[in-house]
Structures are given as C-alpha cells and as structure tokens.
Design a protein around this ligand. Structure first.
Ligand SMILES: Nc1ncnc2c1ncn2[C@@H]1O[C@H](COP(=O)(O)OP(=O)(O)OP(=O)(O)O)[C@@H](O)[C@H]1O
Ligand SMILES: [Mg+2]
Length: 264
C-alpha cells in the first residue's frame, strides 16, 4: 500500500506555544480517516499541514509523494480538496452557490470566467444534489444557513476531483436531518473505491460516517491513539482524550459516547 500522507516526528510551535508535539501519522491509499479530539487538541493544525497550507516547525510532512518545503506548494494544494471554516470566511457572500462550487475547478474563489463548460456545470449541480442543496444552486452564498453553507463547501471541496479530500468539521452547525444527509453522502463516498482518500475532523463520535476506516485521536497536540476505528474508538481512549470517563457503543458502524454512569 502506498503512503499518501506521512508526518514524521512533527512539531508545530508558535511563539511559546507548542501546538503539535512529536506527531507520527501515516495515511495509506484507500484509507478514510477521522480525526477526533477536544477543542485546541491540534486537529485543524494537523489538517493544515496535510493540505499543504502550513509547514511544520520540526519533522517532515510528505503529501501525495511530495515533501513540504521542497516542492511548489501551490501546485500541491490543487491536488487537495479542503473544506474549513477559514476557507469559508473567504467566500464572497454575494456569490451564487453554484459558482462557489464551480470555481473550485481552478482552485480559487470568485467567479471570473463567464463561460463554464457543460462538464463543470453538470458536475457542480450533481455535487450540490448529492449533498441535498441542489435547490440552492442560484442562491447567494451569504443568504444560506450555516448548515447549507457547510454542504455547499463539501461539494466545492470535491469539485476539482482531488486526490486527497480534507473536511474540517463539516457537520458542525447542521441540524439532525442535515447531519444524517451529510453522513450518508460521506459514507457512500467512502465506500466508492475511486473516491479520494478522505480525512474528516470532528468533535463527536456520532459524526463518524459508517465506512470510514481509521481514527486519529488527539489531545494537547499529541497522539492518544491511531489506527483502525474499532481499536481507536474505545471507552479507554476516548476517556483519555476528552478527560472524562466515557461509555462508548458501536452499532452498524455508528458510534455514540456519553459520560460513564458514575459521572452522570
Ligand atoms: N498562531 C498561533 N499562535 C498561538 N497559538 C495557536 C496558533 N494557532 C493555533 N494555536 C493554538 O493551538 C491549539 C490547537 O489549535 P487547533 O486549531 O489546531 O485546534 P483544534 O483541535 O482544531 O481545536 P477546535 O476543536 O477548537 O477547532 C489551540 O490551543 C490554539 O489556540
Ligand atoms: Mg479546529
């Protein structure tokens, strides 16, 4: 199996703050990873490295066969589809949802080309439909609800047919139905052998789509556990990561967690 992403002894420091410390992590071709951990654990920092948006302070990061620091980072970025709150903030609220998705084909925000070919158009519409927001294609992005915006962003991240897809908290702000539609679509994507290697960041085990294969559990910038989901999503590991005794159940690929009976 070929490695798509390798972090070797990676640390990230900003001033006196150590954000990631001695992280080792390998993502192989075909893997679908979930990154889980409390606020401030370093999840967004790790995906910024994986998306070639940031360099490590020490250690090495290899993304899609390229070592960060040695390659043209802008070219590498076009091979990674990313949906994150920071990127969403850069989207012009007056842009129509369909254009938010279509412009991703050129790795940019903002509509600049008057003519889109039919292929791009059809693909953007299909992706919006997959995530249940096809009806909003012509609405201004700024008029969409938070959940609708999230779904448009996931469609956008997939538009350029990336080799690596990274979704930083795509389910936050979604209502129950919106979350379930998103999880269903992500699960379907995860089952498709031709879809990109996917990394999904979340705070909640309930948001792990069935068919995802691996988990990375972070706390205070370090790895608590990493590996196949059933081995990682245990009560012991999650309790350690979140600093609270937890009970964890798994049913047909869906996980739930709640405080252990002694702590309720
Ligand atoms: N430029 C910076 N300078 C100082 N500290 C920073 C900087 N960027 C991030 N941090 C800190 O690093 C820690 C990890 O941040 P990160 O955004 O990776 O966490 P996260 O796991 O994504 O958290 P959340 O679940 O809240 O999104 C946080 O404590 C954050 O305040
Ligand atoms: Mg974050």
């Amino acid at each position: 199996m070929t490695s798509v992403l390798t972090l070797a002894d990676v640390s990230v420091r900003r001033g006196a703050k150590t954000i990631l410390t001695h992280v080792n992590w390998t993502v192989d071709d075909g893997d679908r990873w979930v990154i889980l951990g409390p606020n401030g654990a370093g999840k967004t920092t790790i995906v910024q490295l994986a998306a070639a948006r940031m360099y490590p302070t020490t250690g090495t990061v290899d993304v899609l066969g390229e070592r960060l620091g040695r390659v043209d980072i802008s070219e590498l970025r076009t091979r990674v589809g990313l949906a994150s709150a920071a990127l969403a903030d850069r989207i012009d609220p007056s842009e129509r949802a369909i254009d938010v998705v279509r412009t991703a084909a050129w790795g940019m925000t903002g509509r600049w080309r008057e003519e889109y070919d039919d292929f791009d158009n059809d693909r953007a519409v299909t992706l919006l439909n997959v995530f249940g927001v096809g009806g909003f294609a012509n609405r201004r992005f700024g008029t969409l609800s938070e959940g609708e915006k999230k779904r448009v962003q996931v469609a956008r991240a997939l538009m350029s047919d990336p080799e690596l897809l990274i979704l930083d908290e795509p389910a936050s702000g979604l209502d129950l139905a919106g979350r379930e539609i998103l999880l269903g679509a992500l699960s379907e994507l995860a089952r498709d052998p031709f879809s990109p290697i996917t990394i999904l960041v979340t705070h909640h085990v309930e948001e792990i789509p069935p068919a995802f294969t691996h988990g990375l559990l972070l706390k205070d910038g370090g790895v608590v556990a990493a590996g196949p989901l059933p081995e990682v999503m245990t009560a012991e590991n999650l309790s350690a990561a979140f600093g609270l005794p937890l009970e964890v159940t798994a049913d047909s690929g869906r996980y739930t967690a709640r405080a252990a009976a002694s702590n309720r």
